[in-house]
Ligand binder design. Structure first.
Ligand code: HAM
Length: 451
């Protein structure tokens, strides 16, 4: 049996890295005061047709559709926004007094794409969706989330690209201008672009194949069609980004592949040598009509999503070592059969006191157990033998320095607490030399220098 094409299994270091990302993202969302939400992995197919857009590649070519046993058309979600908007409307979150409603989510998404590096058929996204604020400050806050996250990870090679698609009217006028412009060049364009010409001419600008062509370079500029309101909003977004010291590039060709965007759109690219073509780490934008289009009350929205796989690729490409060493605080060794139950009990007691604890499950001999303790990267080994049981005094060995201690049963927790604290302080000192704020464990912006 083999896994389906375009999917992957998670285990070992990759799993630890994913957990690290999720912990960091969850802590970040607490600071930004966003609310966790979860929506179903499958929804009625019509949600994505109406939400993401009939003409988009995602909906027209890439959805996993199926009929359920009640003959209803269902689709595995290709992205998170449509489901979160559906949930916002269905659960009447728009009636809340404490607007804006700021949400975050993560989970698997499904797109039937051609699998390649950084492109999967089942992939994981973390995303945020914010409802009820038109403020440009909200756009800048949403853009600041991935940027802050990348800074915390220590990722240096990132490029933020922004653009404004303007309001509905801007898009309509611009669409007409593009049709007029490209009509005489249709023969020169690739087959995808010819299709886009009919369905969504804006997306011609997104084309990777035709991007160097004369007619592309001289295409009308979206910025010439922006309404005064849209221009002012876009200017404000830039001012707020400047206020947060976020560097960005304005990319007039950035139009995004989903239909729901209005005003600000953005992408963060990996700007790392030899990263490969799937270098968009995250993307998003404003969608002021989506709630209404899905039968909710008119409510502005803005959000973004990032793909785990690409973030982990970027971390690998920049050779960043995540601060998630999997260490065992204590490994408990019973010296004979008689102490097995006590060792098992002590394992549980210490776990309940907050330590990461392992013991022997394979009846290893003493040498084998010490070897296993080394393999598990253990800090302290606790030996339980006949004498230890009788006197309630335990032998505890520092597995790195090999120092040995005899500790009364009642003081084991206190002893480990103190000793582990000491090791953290030593690690802290060796990594940042006391130069700046760093607790040696958590993240700070000088992460790279710690390694
Ligand atoms: P998207 O650009 O389709 O936007 O996807 C966002 C991110 O998901 C991409 O930048 C990429 O990192 C990752 N991604 C997309 N497709 C794949 C794939 N096949 N394999 C691996 N990673 C992938 C959205 O999904 C919008 N819902 C974002 C948004 C939220 N806009 C507003 N709110």
């Amino acid at each position: 049996m083999q896994k389906p094409k375009g999917t992957y299994d998670v285990y070992g270091k990759y799993g630890e890295n994913i957990q690290y990302l999720e912990k960091l993202l969850s802590a970040l969302m607490e600071k930004y005061h966003y609310e966790f939400v979860r929506t179903p992995i499958f929804e009625a197919s019509s949600l994505f047709h109406r939400g993401v857009g009939e003409t988009t590649d995602i909906v027209s070519k890439e959805t996993y559709d199926f009929k359920d046993r009640g003959n209803r058309d269902m689709t595995l979600r290709p992205e998170g926004t449509a489901g979160v908007v559906r949930s916002f409307i269905e659960n009447k979150l728009y009636t809340r007094a404490n607007m804006p409603v700021k949400t975050w989510y993560y989970g698997p998404m499904f797109r039937y794409e051609r699998p390649q590096a950084g492109r999967f058929r089942e992939f994981y996204q973390f995303g945020v969706e914010v409802f009820g604020s038109e403020s440009a400050m909200m756009d800048a806050e949403v853009i600041s989330i991935p940027v802050t996250f990348f800074r915390l990870l220590g990722l240096k090679g990132i490029k933020v690209k922004i653009n404004s698609l303007g309001d509905k009217e801007t898009r309509e006028n611009y669409r007409e201008a593009l049709k007029k412009h490209f009509a005489p060049y249709l023969e020169d364009l690739c087959s995808d672009c010819r299709e886009r010409f009919e369905k969504n001419p804006l997306r011609i600008l997104d084309c990777k194949v035709d991007k160097e062509k004369e007619c592309m370079v001289h295409a009308p500029k979206l910025s010439d069609y922006l309404s005064e309101t849209a221009k002012a909003h876009f200017k404000e977004v830039q001012q707020y980004l400047d206020a947060l010291n976020i560097e960005y590039e304005i990319d007039e060709h950035l139009v995004r592949g989903l239909d729901y965007y209005t005003y600000t759109v953005f992408e963060v690219e990996a700007d790392i040598k030899d990263f490969g073509s799937n270098n968009v780490l995250c993307a998003g934008g404003r969608y002021n009509h989506l709630v209404e289009n899905l039968d909710g009350p008119s409510t502005p929205g803005v959000g973004f999503a990032l793909g785990y796989e690409r973030i982990l690729n970027a971390i690998e490409a920049e050779q960043i070592k995540l601060d998630n060493e999997n260490q065992v605080d204590a490994y408990i060794i019973p010296l004979s059969e008689h102490e097995k139950t006590d060792a098992f009990q002590l394992t549980q007691t210490l776990r309940m006191n907050g330590f990461t604890v392992e013991t022997d499950y394979l009846n290893r001999n003493l040498k084998g157990n010490f070897k296993q303790a080394d393999r598990l990267n253990t800090k302290f080994v606790i030996l339980i033998g006949e004498n230890e049981m009788k006197d309630h005094i335990y032998t505890i060995k520092n597995n790195q320095t090999k120092e040995e201690y005899q500790i009364d049963q009642d003081y084991i927790v206190m002893f480990l607490d103190e000793k582990l604290e000491e090791t953290v302080l030593e690690e802290e000192h060796s990594c940042c030399h006391g130069d700046h704020h760093c607790d040696g464990k958590n993240h700070c912006q000088c992460h790279h220098e710690h390694e």
